[in-house]
Ligand binder design. Structure first.
Ligand code: AHR
Length: 531
């Protein structure tokens, strides 16, 4: 189309003026400081290290290849457990590992995984053969190698109370029973420590499609008879029994929480529980899930908006629990959470393989911060899952291993384990893309077990840096150091060919007169320590 030069000039001036205004707005947004107040004189609850728990189900390459390669493998291993994975996980100080599922747990029969192994099937996950070469002793060896603890899920769906009770006797009795002798013959004379026991999994769905009342009957029976006999756990460090809890915020889930908690309040001496589980995945459209890589800013915002629903869900179920348990004796254990995307192209859809991007790193930080803010009630959480499945820490391909952006977030958060929550107040501002508006900034603070102050800062905005000015009161802050995790694109990932594309780097922090100034890069997770 012909345009006169003067018309073109006018058009060009409008475009230039428009771009100046736009860039001014962007710069204004970028330069707008976020003021934060950190008040160390008002400490809150302990951030239970168990909120950094992991989940390892017999699913796809999560256990077989991810953890277990067998003693005869060329992949360096210790008693069949791969050394590279153990070394990487040790650095995360994983507090507990939930095993063997998941849906798998309600079809797991522990006897098939000790002594001479039975080859069975895994109908939930791809219908593949389950060799049972990774069983009870191998799991306990694995958690021992990584310095973690056991969170076992017993089979309520297709097992019996007797089967579960015998598993716990096999694991924990020091007395010379037939089961203890069998354990000793299998290489472990002394009792194992089992700090956490899940009674079923998603019993409202893959765990047997039970009604709340039906499940409640199972819970009381299992709670009564499945005992831990380890002398070291009889008085202190008693095993926590965790009941199946809700999987969402709808009426069927609030009814579930209400039923279990009401019964617990009125319980008789013969049963008890110490935790209620909750599952919440970040997923949009179960029938046509989002891609884990190759997406744009729109999908970045949509997924983060979805993940922030964790806040309301925790608040909703905590409120029901408060009605029956105002002293917060029962922990809410979010023992399955994380992103759930479409299977990676070419992978077995039953194996739940997906990539892990900087979006997942931001998602992980936002969820961990929600758990920390609810630390009085949320005293456990298990990201799904540890290796090669869903929002994994680690991905392997035969002998190769890569650490994901989510792994780096968990490593950066290690100082928060068992730290004391310190309140942070700030005006988060907003980040908007189309019809999605999100808080631009998130932050938590804690004093670690040695008394050192740590601050976590998340910049959700994928385009603009944010300058933070943090006023610290209650301590004399003179220096700060930290690390930040960011990436060039919203879907940047680590691959076997480029394993360090997304990894933390040092960040500089100015400290003057108890005030910290720090510039957060777009889409970043930052952790600083303050002395
Ligand atoms: O983590 C994958 C599956 O998701 C688990 O087995 C199940 O509990 C949940 O539905």
């Amino acid at each position: 189309m012909f345009r006169s030069s003067s018309a073109l000039n006018r058009f060009a001036s409008v475009v230039i003026l428009g771009s100046i205004i736009l860039s001014f707005n962007l710069q204004a947004a970028a330069q707008e400081k976020v003021q934060l107040s950190v008040d160390t004189s008002k400490p809150g609850s302990k951030i239970d290290r168990n909120i950094f728990g992991q989940f390892a189900e017999h699913l796809g390459y999560g256990v077989y290849e991810g953890i277990w390669v067998g003693p005869d493998s060329k992949i360096p291993n210790t008693r069949g457990i791969r050394n590279d994975v153990v070394a990487a996980l040790k650095a995360l100080k994983v507090p507990n590992v939930r095993w063997p599922g998941g849906c798998f747990a309600d079809e797991y029969h522990w006897r098939k995984g000790i002594g001479t192994r039975a080859v069975t099937l895994n109908p939930n996950w791809g219908g593949v053969v389950e060799p049972n070469t990774f069983g009870t002793h191998e799991f306990m060896d694995f958690i021992d190698q990584i310095g973690s603890e056991a969170y076992l899920s017993v089979n309520v769906g297709s097992g019996t109370p007797q089967e579960a009770a015998e598993w716990l006797e096999y694991l924990t009795t020091p007395q010379p029973t037939t089961l203890q002798k069998e354990r000793a013959a299998n290489g472990h004379p002394g009792p194992y420590k089992i700090p956490m026991l899940g009674i079923g999994n998603e019993s409202w769905d893959c765990g047997g499609n039970m009604t709340p009342d039906y499940y409640l009957r199972q819970l009381t029976i299992y709670s009564r008879f499945v005992r831990n006999y380890n002398p070291a756990q009889l008085e202190k460090d008693q095993m926590q029994k965790i009941a199946v809890g809700p999987g969402g915020g709808e009426a069927r889930w609030t009814e579930w929480t209400d039923t279990i908690m009401k019964a617990w309040e009125k319980r008789q001496w013969s049963w008890d529980m110490q935790g209620l589980s909750m599952h919440k995945y970040t997923v949009i459209n179960w029938g046509n899930k989002f891609a884990s890589v190759g997406f744009g800013e729109k999908e970045y915002g949509q997924i983060l908006k979805e993940t922030l629903k964790m806040e309301d869900l925790v608040a909703k179920h905590s409120a029901i629990m408060d009605k029956y348990d105002p002293q917060k004796k029962i922990a809410l254990i979010v023992d399955e959470w994380g992103s759930w995307y479409a299977p990676s192209p070419g992978s077995n859809p039953g194996f739940l393989v997906q990539q892990n991007s900087i979006r997942d790193a931001v998602l992980a930080a936002l969820n961990l911060n929600i758990f920390a803010r609810h630390a009085d009630r949320v005293r456990g959480a298990n990201i799904a899952q540890m290796i090669n499945v869903l929002q994994a820490m680690i991905m392997t391909d035969k002998e190769k291993m890569v650490l994901t952006p989510t792994y780096h977030v968990f490593k950066m958060y290690v100082p928060f384990q068992d730290g004391t929550f310190i309140p942070v107040s700030f005006n988060a501002g907003t980040y908007t893309n189309g019809d999605i508006t999100l808080p631009r900034v998130d932050a938590i603070a804690a004093k670690d077990t040695s008394g050192k102050l740590w601050l976590e800062l998340t910049n959700v905005d994928p385009n603009n840096a944010v300058e933070i000015e943090a006023n610290i009161s209650g301590i004399n802050a003179t220096s700060a150091t930290g690390e930040t995790l960011t990436a060039p694109k919203v879907d940047s990932v680590n691959t076997f060919d480029a394993p360090n594309a997304v990894k933390p780097k040092p960040i500089s922090v100015k400290v003057q007169g108890n005030k910290l100034t720090i510039k957060l890069e777009p889409k970043s997770v930052t952790v600083v320590s303050i002395s």
